[in-house]
Write a protein that binds this ligand. Structure first.
Ligand code: AMP
Ligand code: MG
Length: 358
């Protein structure tokens, strides 16, 4: 049985954080809102509880989870020798969508870090999440709440639809404010490196760390093979269950290419819908708008819910428009490329469209 805490007139029932916090302390699994996406949390210091998250999600055991904290003190519990840059970044970006990969301390059980000697930590910028961690009186290990491989969850309704009956508690936090996950920044290997682009942009981080590097896999092309610095890179992710995503990278002639593909699919007796920006002149068939190219934050916020909406509609193909990689655009493109699940093409022609053809 799953206990649902629903908001009424914008407020959660009294005692929500207390009861959910106790659930965490007793080894339970709680789905809760953060500013990025919904998380599926358990006591980060309880190995059995964390293992349950992997079982429920069907998450590969070698993919570590992020530990969510409500204080800097909890970081000391989890990590050893936090570098000076780590402290500066916490000061500047916490609470917020920045995850720091640090050297792991002895208290962190192996399932959390998938056996790595590093641990990733962040402080979410969400009142419900913070009071949950406070009430639980323990750091909370929480990957994104979706079943492994699917688009992340950004609303209470999606969480209930996917997880009712599978977890102990689901807490309503309305629509996620940022809509894509946190930026994962590795501080353990000499040069700071973005392993996954997210809510804090590379531009923001470069103001503090001009030498910052972006790991090649962070672009989202290819499913990373071999020993990945961030195991999540290896797995297909963010993919709708029914629909296939075909991604059209931002370029001149985009509309014609997308419409031609739509016609080809329609002729073959299958269905396709468009997922495009407000500026794109396509008015054929089903068109879902992500928002304006001028406001990539809005596109990020709507990305996962739009993919889920189209998937639920049962269309065979989602023809998705790519956007520029400035700011949070890089995180959006990482998610879109991975949901299309295709390698970078060998020729420029291949780059136009990733995802398999019908
Ligand atoms: P998710 O929980 O679904 O947002 O995924 C968390 C992401 O953080 C995955 O891509 C993980 O591989 C990555 N991650 C978590 N812990 C570490 C770590 N210690 N080192 C590198 N990457 C990590
Ligand atoms: Mg995830």
């Amino acid at each position: 049985m799953t206990l649902l805490f629903r908001r009424e007139r914008g407020r959660l029932p009294a005692g929500t954080a207390y009861i959910a916090g106790r659930t965490i302390r007793e080894g339970g699994v709680v789905v809760f809102p953060t500013e990025t996406v919904y998380g599926m949390g358990a006591d980060a210091l309880n190995s059995a509880a964390v293992k349950r998250i992997f079982e429920i999600k069907g998450r590969p055991l070698d993919n570590p989870v992020i530990v969510h904290v409500c204080s800097r003190g909890q970081v000391e519990q989890l990590a050893r020798d936090v570098p000076a840059m780590g402290r500066i970044l916490m000061e500047r970006f916490w609470p917020g969508p920045l995850t720091l990969v640090l050297r792991k301390g002895p208290a962190v059980p192996a399932p959390v870090t998938a056996g790595l000697d590093t641990v990733s930590v962040r402080m979410p910028d969400n009142r419900t999440a913070l009071s949950l961690i406070r009430q639980a009186r323990t750091p909370i290990a929480a990957p994104s709440a979706n079943i492994s491989g699917r688009p992340s969850i950004t609303s209470f309704e999606e969480a209930v639809g996917e997880l009712d009956g599978l977890v102990d508690v689901i807490i309503d936090g309305g629509s996620s404010r940022i809509g894509v996950e946190s930026t994962v920044l590795d501080l353990t290997s000499g040069v700071p490196s973005i392993l996954r682009p997210g809510g804090v942009t590379a531009e923001q981080l470069r103001e503090i760390m001009p030498g910052l590097t972006i790991h090649p896999a962070a672009e989202g092309f290819t499913v990373y093979r071999g020993k990945a610095p961030s195991p999540g890179m290896k797995y297909r992710h963010y993919a709708p269950v029914h629909s296939r995503v075909l991604l059209f990278e931002s370029q001149p002639g985009l509309e014609e290419a997308m419409i031609a593909k739509w016609r080809q699919i329609s002729r073959s007796g299958r269905t396709a819908a468009f997922l495009v920006t407000d500026e794109t002149e396509i008015h054929t068939g089903t068109v879902v708008r992500l928002g304006s190219r001028e406001r990539p934050e809005e596109i990020a916020r709507r990305l996962f819910s739009s993919l889920r909406q189209l998937d639920r509609s049962g269309v065979d193909y989602i023809l998705a428009e790519g956007i520029g990689e400035e700011g949070i655009g890089l995180a959006v493109m990482n998610r879109l490329r991975r949901s299309a699940g295709k390698a970078r093409g060998r020729s420029p022609a291949h780059r136009k469209e990733s995802g398999s053809s019908p």
